[in-house]
Design a protein around this ligand. Structure first.
Ligand code: PMP
Length: 287
């Protein structure tokens, strides 16, 4: 069966799903998006993802032409139409087609697009053995430029860091903010464990407020681990007992090396493993 893609209230065969080449989403990366997952037919944290989408849109002065509840319904219906239960869902809202100028007032009709697909996971052995990462020379966006809290279609900054990761033979790269402090990875938030306490960069470090990050903070606190959100730097990673990344696609993945420094004993640590188990139970069994 050809996958079906939702565009503005209608479902199209993948090969027929098209938008204008004059869309400012394409011309300027002018728009917002979300990456969401469903497990056994249940969409994880749908309300939070929809809320973040509308907040990102508001931040860029883009009015999404349907209410939040209708957006949530559209996600569920697109999944059902594709008969997918365990899926990755991409929601995109573009500024719409316009003239060849930056001015958003010269555009009409924001395009609402929902794509669902089977989830492409990191290979299972990486969850077993952990990831190696490097620090990218590309700085995470300054909050007064495109604020990292906005999940905009303009991901080029992160793509540049991702290219650095790839060239170093890694799957992820750590990004620092304009002050040289730890921010996040190109598509994941970062955590370290030291002496039984969990540390992660605070939102004002210039990061996306990850929905997985928030879930993992809650899980960790429920499990009795203190969690501190604070200003951090690379040394916090180098001297950590454990390190892991969180994101919708990755869930929670251990990191065992950064910039050639072995983290802890070079194996995924016990707290990382416990949180991964708890997270998987939460998403898959709903507890
Ligand atoms: N940081 C960035 C830059 C991201 O793009 C993402 C999402 N892929 C995350 C963090 C993780 O956010 P979430 O847990 O909401 O997927």
């Amino acid at each position: 069966m050809d996958p079906k893609v939702y565009i503005n209230g209608k479902l199209f065969e993948k090969s027929e799903a098209r938008i204008s080449v004059f869309d400012h989403g394409l011309l300027y990366g002018d728009g917002v998006f979300e990456g969401i997952r469903s497990y056994s037919g249940r969409v994880f944290r749908l309300t939070q993802h929809v809320d973040r989408l509308y907040e990102s849109a508001r931040a860029i002065h883009l009015e999404i032409p349907i209410p939040r509840a209708a957006m949530a319904d559209a996600v569920v219906q697109t999944l059902a139409a594709n008969k997918l239960t365990d899926a990755y869902i991409r929601v995109v809202v573009t500024r719409g087609a316009g003239s060849l100028g930056l001015d958003p007032r010269k555009t009409t009709d924001p395009q609402i697009i929902i794509i669902t697909d089977k989830i492409a996971l990191y290979p299972p052995e990486l969850y077993e053995h952990g990831l190696k990462i490097v620090t990218a020379a590309t700085t995470r966006n300054h909050p007064n430029a495109v604020n990292p809290r906005i999940k905009s279609l303009n991901y080029l900054n992160n793509i540049l860091a991702k290219i650095e990761a790839t060239q170093a033979g890694c799957l992820e790269a750590l990004m620092l903010n304009h002050k040289g402090e730890l921010a996040e990875c190109t598509g994941d938030n970062v955590f370290v464990v030291q002496h039984g306490t969990i540390h992660t960069p605070s939102i004002d470090s210039g990061i996306l407020e990850g929905i997985t990050r928030a879930s993992v903070i809650d899980l960790a606190r429920e499990a009795g681990y203190p969690v501190i959100e604070r200003t951090m730097d690379r040394l916090d990673v180098f001297k950590a007992d454990e390190c892991f990344l969180t994101g919708t696609a990755a869930e929670l993945i251990p990191v065992i090396e950064c910039d050639g420094r072995i983290i802890g004993d070079g194996k995924p640590g016990p707290i990382t493993r416990e949180l991964l188990k708890r997270f998987q139970a939460l998403v898959r069994e709903g507890h």
